[in-house]
Design a protein. Structure first.
Ligand SMILES: Cc1ncc(C[n+]2csc(CCOP(=O)(O)OP(=O)(O)O)c2C)c(N)n1
Ligand SMILES: [Mg+2]
Length: 686
């Protein structure tokens, strides 16, 4: 549908710092026009919500324009990075796109920029570094930091703009990201939009010690100041221009606590009855838009301002008409858009190292940790967009020495020790991934990935579905038990993470598969969790070669053939299953089709289904706990289509539904062992 032509005053979306000094009236008129457009649009959206034409959580930015509009105008939209939040419609309008496109988002119609898969203000323009927010406040700060750093790594002097409210200032992500940004010297302007309330809760009930949030920045070594954005708009713009210029020049983070107003409550449905008598009126009395208009009317004449307002109003109405007339969204493509589409294999040098000589004959006897190390070295050597991050992965070489020797070879910017901040570091990696880098993040133990659950399962995993942007990220999970590491260092978390849509998962069980899996995960355009069983790291060496079919790791591998039952497993259990199968062949004269699943998401079950149709019996074995375990999904998927072929109830073997106990005697009872697996299968055979 054709979009109406915008008024000429909206033709300029930039403001240079020099203009504020040289032609302040002109600059202010531009600021006013965008502030007014943001205000009337927010007000109109509120009306449309009340008429039932717009749904969702309509959180207006009325009262925040005096700060977000000058900031967005001053940003360099060809370089900089932002993630606007629910008070920042003005920022979205200026960063790019036609007003119609933004309204289409609110109407969640067929032309919505998120294809109506997200509503409200959860859109962005990732191709132009406006990163779509997720609802989980605080999560986007580190993502902005990552994309800003990615720009710097590419030699572009970008500034990132990361916004959060007074309420959000209590989240752990704020602390983690401020610390990370200062530590890595990331060029980010952190802005606290302090409007005095988090939903209904005033700041006095959110944190102790008054409302001087900006003073906290000093503890992180970050320069900070407060700014009353309800006052002189020109002054605010100058302060913002100076801050942006300084960050651009120094690449140091900075924080501004912007005191703003929330003129219309938390959201469209907010009754605001928690406000004190007269409080709402006092907000409107401090609103910066009417005084700015009066000031400009004195300079340019009231008639000019009236004409400008009329022009903006007419444009808005024309755009609303377009958005209303646009058809409702189509479900087409929803399933296929869950993942970013595959790309052709990268042009790897056909060798397990990166030397071209001896490429044909090259075979090395490696354990799984060494195979992963070789793959990481190969990736760092051949792929300039790659980098590794994680705790103690530098000089120390990682808790399991998988990254040993990589820091001296590739240097700190590409092999990065991180602080204990799994959430911010994962958000930072997501930001890098959104801007053409391909980070590989090592979690010291898979268990600590729960600290980054929001980033992994909600930010990264949903990214392509909701925004169309690829998020190529490898998350290395050293997992599994049997090593007397106790509850918090031994878990199998595949069913927890992979129950969320949008993540891929590989679980190699041999050194060759570990090597192949890392390359395949690396070149995938989606977040991929690489499950690395810790007990397999040093289980023994096996020949590792360059395998041109490394992408076959996304398919299960059949290890044994037999017609008694189909036996599916993965990870460390593969070896046990193989021994068990050998035992049954020698003692009971029965043989199994044994499959190493290898890819846990997306599941590729065709070969296993075909086997099950032939054998009629199914055994599923894994180390993770039984209840809600991965085996439940496998059994359901494999049997629901082939129920008539079954000769027996499926057998599901897994760990006990308990935390992982510490002592070896207890852990042995907790986990499946060769003996318990044999007993259970023998009993099942009857
Ligand atoms: C981590 C998190 N917890 C809870 C919510 C639900 N919620 C949405 S907005 C909001 C209040 C946020 O207050 P503030 O950060 O001050 O921003 P404001 O809405 O005032 O601009 C809450 C509690 C959320 N979005 N994210
Ligand atoms: Mg607030």
């Amino acid at each position: 549908m054709a979009f109406p032509h915008p008024p000429s005053v909206l033709g300029v979306r930039d403001l240079r710092a020099a203009e504020l000094a040289q032609s302040p009236d002109e600059a202010l008129q531009r600021i006013y026009a965008w502030m007014q457009l943001a205000r009337i649009t927010d007000n109109r959206i509120l009306e449309l919500f009340r008429q039932g034409l717009i749904r969702g959580t309509v959180t207006g930015g009325q009262g925040h324009e005096g700060f977000i509009v000058p900031l967005a105008l001053l940003a360099d939209k060809t370089l900089d990075v932002a993630s606007f939040t629910h008070r920042d419609l003005g920022g979205h309008l200026i960063w790019g796109g036609h007003l119609c496109a933004h309204l289409n988002q609110y109407f969640a119609n067929a032309d919505s920029p998120t294809r109506a898969r997200e509503g409200n203000i959860h859109h962005g323009d990732p191709a132009n570094r406006s990163l779509p927010m997720i609802s989980h406040l605080g999560a986007m700060l580190s993502t902005v930091a990552g994309t800003a750093d990615s720009q710097r790594r590419l030699g572009r002097p970008a500034v990132g703009f990361a916004f959060f409210g007074d309420g959000c200032s209590s989240t752990g992500d704020v602390h983690e990201t401020l610390n990370l940004a200062s530590l890595l010297s990331l060029p980010v302007l952190f802005v606290i939009e302090n409007n005095g309330y988090a939903y209904s809760t005033p700041t006095s009930e959110q944190f102790a010690g008054g409302t001087e949030l900006w003073q906290r920045a000093a503890a992180y070594g970050i320069e900070a100041q407060a700014l009353d954005t309800t006052k002189d708009v020109l002054h605010n713009a100058r302060v913002l221009a100076a801050a942006i210029e300084k960050i651009r020049a120094t690449s140091r983070p900075m924080l501004i606590e912007a005191h703003t107003l929330r003129l219309r409550g938390h959201a469209a449905y907010d009754t605001c009855d928690y406000l004190k008598p007269g409080e709402s009126e006092s907000f409107f009395a401090r609103d910066s838009l009417p005084p700015l208009r009066r000031q400009l009317a004195e300079v340019h004449g009231a008639a000019r301002l009236d004409a400008l307002d009329a022009e903006l109003g007419a444009f808005l109405e024309a755009c609303v008409k377009v958005a209303i007339a646009t058809p409702r969204p189509s479900p087409a493509g929803m399933a296929t858009d869950l993942y970013a589409p595959p790309s052709p294999p990268l042009p790897w040098i056909p060798s397990i190292g990166s030397q071209i000589e001896n490429r044909e004959s090259q075979t090395e006897n490696l354990n799984a940790a060494q195979a992963l190390n070789r793959a990481l070295r190969k990736i760092l050597t051949e792929r300039p967009e790659s980098l590794l991050l994680g705790q103690d992965i530098g000089t120390y070489g990682g808790a399991f020495k998988v990254t040993e020797g990589l820091l001296p070879e590739f240097g700190r910017p590409r092999v990065l020790n991180t602080p204990l901040a799994e959430s911010a570091c994962t958000g930072y990696a997501i930001g890098l991934a959104l801007n053409a880098h391909r980070p590989i993040e090592e979690f010291q133990f898979a268990d600590f990935a729960t600290e980054a659950t929001t980033q992994i399962t909600l930010n990264a995993a949903t990214m392509h579905f909701r925004s169309g942007a690829a998020c190529p990220l490898v998350l290395r999970f050293p997992c599994g038990g049997g090593l007397t590491f106790g509850s918090f260092h031994s878990q199998e978390l595949e069913s927890l993470f992979l129950s969320m849509p949008g993540i891929k998962g590989l679980y190699p069980s041999t050194p060759q598969d570990a090597f192949n899996a890392l390359l395949a995960a690396y070149e995938d355009n989606n977040p991929v969790i690489l499950f690395e069983h810790k007990a397999l790291y040093r289980r023994g060496r096996a020949p590792v070669v360059w395998d041109p079919h490394y992408r076959a790791i996304w398919q299960p591998k059949q290890l044994r053939s037999g017609d008694f039952a189909t036996f599916v497993t993965y990870g460390e259990m593969v070896q046990l299953a193989d021994e068990v199968a050998a035992y049954f062949t020698s003692e009971y004269d029965v043989a199994f089709d044994l499959f190493d699943l290898r890819a846990l998401a997306p599941l590729q079950l065709d070969a296993i289904r075909a086997s099950l149709v032939r054998t009629g019996r199914l055994i599923v074995l894994h180390e993770g706990r039984r209840t809600h375990g991965f085996g439940a999904e496998l059994v359901a998927r494999l049997t629901e289509e082939n129920f008539a072929a079954l000769k027996a109830a499926p057998l599901r073997l897994a760990s006990l539904d308990l935390p992982v106990p510490f002592a070896p005697e207890l852990e042995q009872i907790y986990r499946p062992t060769k003996e318990t697996i044999i007993d259970r299968i023998a009993a099942w055979m009857g």
